[in-house]
Design a protein around this ligand. Structure first.
Ligand code: C2E
Ligand code: CA
Ligand code: CA
Length: 509
């Protein structure tokens, strides 16, 4: 029982692995989906922003074109007024400047301006925040050249920032011109922007600017967390459901037959060995193989599955596995100077099968000459004249295999069986042994069984010997071998080998 939690832990661990695997798979799926969606969504938003900017610059361009006539005009009050009038009627334009020979000389904001080197002259679109009168306010300058004369119309960076902001729902979008770029917060950076390889870049087509946005994993994750909460909750629930399903599935009740079949496949069935001893100073003469099912850390006693195995026919593959295990783990290597027998419990079904001789052939061909085979047949499983069984018995006898009648005295047809098949050994059931000195009848029955055995030339093994008093009584009944907890419980193969080393061998039963 103490190992049951380990099985539980395995079930829980498996469910946890399934939960984590489902969750990781879902997270990956969500990430990829969001990343694709974000890309498409971003492209759309940027295409819209590009159109809005194109339309903004077309206003600015139109306003510059309508001022063409003033290019080269002296910066008089009338000129400045004409510039300002134009400002009043054109949307989005904040300032108009006139230039000659590449230098600004007249401005709608400042009037006449001192001439000086002007680096803006080489760009059609100039993005900056260096108009002193605008106190660092961002703006975009549109430049139109008419021969020697130039026209600059500027638009407030505020409009552009609004457009960038609306395109930057999940990922910041920047506006890049040949000179300077504006981040989504409206700040102008007076340098050339270099977009990363992964960035989405959209060229205007109409004006020399582009929009760029780089989608990083952080953006995708943030978008998942912000927009995919319902999806995340559903995926967590589905993963939990898969884990729960696995937990319930691994713990589902299975038919005993299925459990036993799996147990055989998983090598959960092990031979145990109970010594059989004999003599004045009882020493080992043989052992009985008793199967043990080590299931989920528990030992399931054979009484709980052998009857079912016999009914379903699983007893045959079970015994076959046991024969191989006993041979490989013990019998093929055990060397002894005195005869020693290994006794297997055989069901009637197996004895009636065509395979039994082949099954034990594995054992018989591998053991040393001092190792003998005994087959125990329980009296309750009567073999009423089955030809295959009788043939099998005959062939086994020819190979020196002996037969023991198990649980003698507990069935109804003892004499009939004795008549039918040549019994070499009679095993007195532990029911009678435990009654020694308790019920007089048991003492008499044991006496009768040993008499009968002597008469038919069979040896006797008393099962279930637990006390010295029982040994004393049995010793006076005749030449009896003993099997029972008084000498040893059934032992695992290693424990049995140790037990054998510690107890010298005697002789035949
Ligand atoms: P069985 O053939 O009569 O085996 C003897 C049973 O008595 C074993 O129970 C053994 O552990 C138990 N025993 C031995 N000494 C004592 C003792 O001093 N006191 C008491 N109270 N019990 C003792 P186990 O191992 O539980 O096996 C029960 C039955 O299951 C066996 O009875 C046998 O009929 C069947 N069985 C066990 N292994 C196999 C197998 O490999 N094949 C087949 N067909 N049946 C098996
Ligand atoms: Ca037995
Ligand atoms: Ca028995």
């Amino acid at each position: 029982m103490h190992k049951q939690p380990r099985y539980q832990r395995r079930r829980i661990a498996l469910s946890a692995i399934i939960f984590i695997a489902c969750l990781s798979g879902s997270a990956l799926f969500l990430y990829v989906q969001t990343s694709i969606w974000l890309n498409a969504q971003q492209q759309n938003a940027m295409a819209l922003a590009k159109n809005q900017l194109n339309s903004l610059f077309s206003h600015v361009q139109r306003s510059a074109q309508s001022m063409y006539g003033l290019a080269g005009a002296p910066c008089t009050t009338q000129t400045i007024e004409a510039l300002r009038r134009q400002l009043a009627i054109t949307p989005n334009v904040g300032n108009i400047e006139l230039a000659a020979s590449g230098e600004v000389y007249c401005s709608s904001l400042q009037g006449e301006v001192p001439r000086g080197a002007d680096r803006r002259k080489s760009y059609q679109l100039y993005l900056a925040s260096d108009i002193k009168a605008l106190n660092g306010h961002p703006f975009v300058l549109f430049h139109l050249q008419n021969g020697n004369y130039g026209l600059y119309t500027s638009t407030d960076g505020y409009y552009i920032r609004n457009i960038l902001e609306s395109a930057s729902e999940h990922v910041p979008v920047i506006l890049s011109t040949a000179w300077g770029w504006m981040s989504q917060d409206g700040k102008v950076h007076p340098s050339t922007y270099t977009a990363s390889d992964k960035a989405i870049v959209i060229q205007s087509g109409s004006y020399p600017f582009s929009l760029a946005a780089a989608i990083h994993s952080g953006n995708v994750i943030q978008t998942c967390l912000e927009d995919g909460r319902l999806m995340i909750a559903i995926l967590i629930l589905l993963s939990a459901a898969a884990a729960l399903f696995s937990y319930l599935w691994t713990g589902r009740p299975r038919t005993p037959e299925k459990l036993l079949t799996e147990a055989m496949k998983n090598r959960e069935l092990h031979p145990y060995f109970q010594p059989i001893v004999k003599g004045e100073h009882p020493a080992p003469v043989g052992c009985e193989v008793l199967v043990r099912w080590l299931h989920k850390g528990n030992i399931i006693p054979p009484d709980q599955f052998i009857p079912m195995a016999e009914q379903t026919g699983l007893i045959i593959p079970l015994t076959q596995q046991l024969i191989i295990d006993v041979t490989d783990k013990f019998a093929a290597h055990y060397q002894t100077s005195t005869p020693f027998y290994i006794s297997f419990n055989i069901s009637a079904r197996h004895l009636q099968s065509a395979s039994i001789e082949d099954d034990f052939d594995y054992f018989l061909r591998r053991v040393g000459s001092n190792i003998n085979l005994v087959l125990e047949i329980t009296e309750r499983e009567m073999l009423t004249g089955n030809d295959t069984a009788l043939n099998n018995i005959e062939r086994f006898k020819a190979r020196g295999v002996r037969f023991a009648l198990d649980d003698f005295g507990t069935g109804y047809s003892t004499l009939e069986i004795l008549h039918q098949m040549p019994v070499d050994i009679i095993k007195i059931d532990k029911l009678f042994t435990s009654g020694i000195g308790v019920h007089r009848l048991c003492n008499d029955i044991i006496g009768n069984i040993t008499d009968l055995a002597t008469r038919i030339g069979a040896a006797v093994i008393a099962e279930g010997v637990e006390t010295e008093a029982q040994v004393d009584f049995l010793r006076h009944q005749g030449d009896i071998a003993y099997q029972g907890y008084f000498f040893s419980r059934p032992l695992s193969v290693d424990a049995f080998k140790n037990w054998l080393s510690a107890n010298a061998a005697a002789g035949e039963p």
